[in-house]
Design a protein around this ligand. Structure first.
Ligand code: F6P
Length: 368
């Protein structure tokens, strides 16, 4: 009997969950490393796990991935609504039903002779990968998300671009706010983690930063804005995370999508805070919601570099015989951990985080 693991010849690659800058850079690094260094075949699976359910995939050549390093989005397409273990379909009467279609996906992997999967995604996608790992499929995860909230890694690719976009927006808001002596709120994404708000807030010198990890007291925020006006400050800039919540209050939900494994879509807290601040302080207040602008467009160089390192490391892990690993950044180095460690876990800001301390010491209010 031969106990040697089967040599990997053909890999599948997919991008799952919300898109994010740097996905194409990972696809390029995976494909080029696989072809140039290891002579492997690469199949691109379309629209995340949905393409696996529906058997939609095609070979990726070096030609297909040439010129995509700087391109936003994903050439493979993605879906944040498909978890094969809980696949949602609509019945003729419009009601939804859920099936486990993992077996169908396993058949599609077998008929396409896929030996291993590179799964590029966030916590939801890693939970999807965990389902396949438990069924014997070798999955290597690559951590993506603008929210930077995936457990196990210090950073995900996509975050640096979102932080840059949010910072640029806050800088621009600053000049108009100062001209009109207004309080201006910029609502940023991040789900239940405040990383985008905290870091773009620090980078732009925002006066108030509201994050999900620190429930805010609206009276304290209003007092802070009033104190600034009394001191003759020309404006107040508030960077508010979409997941920020008041003391004893709830997050503001934009809508619920029952077809999605993660059905809650946050959004709208910026307007709620603006109305209260204007009413409590008498300072004219405006809100800008950045939304998906933070996810679109070309990745900043930091994300291109990280994505290239991650994609390369995924193929090196596979070809060195590793199974079921998540490629991560720890300190300043790329390494890998058990992929199951990251499934369904979020990395939020700890209350003793040095960035919070530094922000407080330069006078930033967190509304607490
Ligand atoms: O996880 C990335 C993210 O952009 C979050 O910051 C945001 O809450 C969510 O996705 C928005 O999802 P959708 O694209 O479905 O509106």
């Amino acid at each position: 009997m031969n106990d040697q693991p089967k040599r990997i010849q053909r890999i599948g690659v997919l991008t799952g969950g919300g898109d994010c800058p740097g996905l194409n850079a990972v696809i390029r690094a995976v494909t080029k490393t696989a072809i140039y260094k290891h002579n492997l075949e690469v199949l691109g699976i379309q629209d995340g796990f949905l393409g696996l359910v529906q058997n939609r995939m095609h070979p990726l050549t070096e030609h297909d991935v040439s010129g995509i390093l700087t391109l936003g989005g994903t050439i493979l397409g993605t879906s944040n609504k498909c978890d094969p273990a809980r696949y949602v379909t609509k019945k003729p009467d419009g009601t939804l039903e859920t099936h486990d279609v993992t077996d169908r996906c396993l058949e599609h992997l077998a008929i396409n002779h896929i030996d291993a999967l590179v799964v590029i995604g966030g916590d939801g996608t890693m939970s999807g990968a965990a389902n396949f790992v438990r069924r014997g499929v070798n999955c290597i995860g690559v951590p993506k998300t603008i929210d930077n909230d995936l457990a196990g890694t210090d950073i995900t690719f996509g975050f640096a671009t979102a932080r840059y976009v949010a910072t640029m927006a806050l800088d621009r808001i600053h000049t108009t706010a100062a001209s009109h002596h207004r309080a201006m709120i910029v609502e940023v994404m991040g789900r239940n983690a405040g990383w985008i708000a905290l870091e773009s807030g620090i980078a732009s010198g925002s006066d108030v930063v509201l994050i999900p990890e620190i429930p805010f007291d609206i009276q304290k925020v209003a007092d802070y804005v009033t104190a600034r006006s009394r001191k003759g400050r020309s404006c107040s800039i508030l960077c508010v995370s979409e997941g920020a919540r008041p003391l004893d209050g709830k997050q503001v939900v934009n809508h619920v999508d029952p077809t999605s494994p993660d059905p809650i879509r946050l959004g709208g807290v910026g307007k709620v805070v603006a109305d209260q601040i204007e009413q409590m302080t008498g300072v004219e207040t405006r809100t800008t919601v950045l939304g998906h602008i933070q996810r679109g467009g070309t990745p900043v160089p930091e994300d291109r570099v990280l994505a290239t390192q991650f994609g390369h490391a995924a193929i090196e892990a596979l070809t060195s015989g590793k199974r079921n690993r998540l490629i991560v950044m720890r300190g300043r180095g790329v390494t890998d951990i058990d992929i199951l460690e990251a499934a369904d876990k979020q990395r939020t800001i700890t209350l003793d985080h040095p960035l919070l301390t530094a922000a407080r010491h330069v006078g930033t209010s967190f509304g607490d």
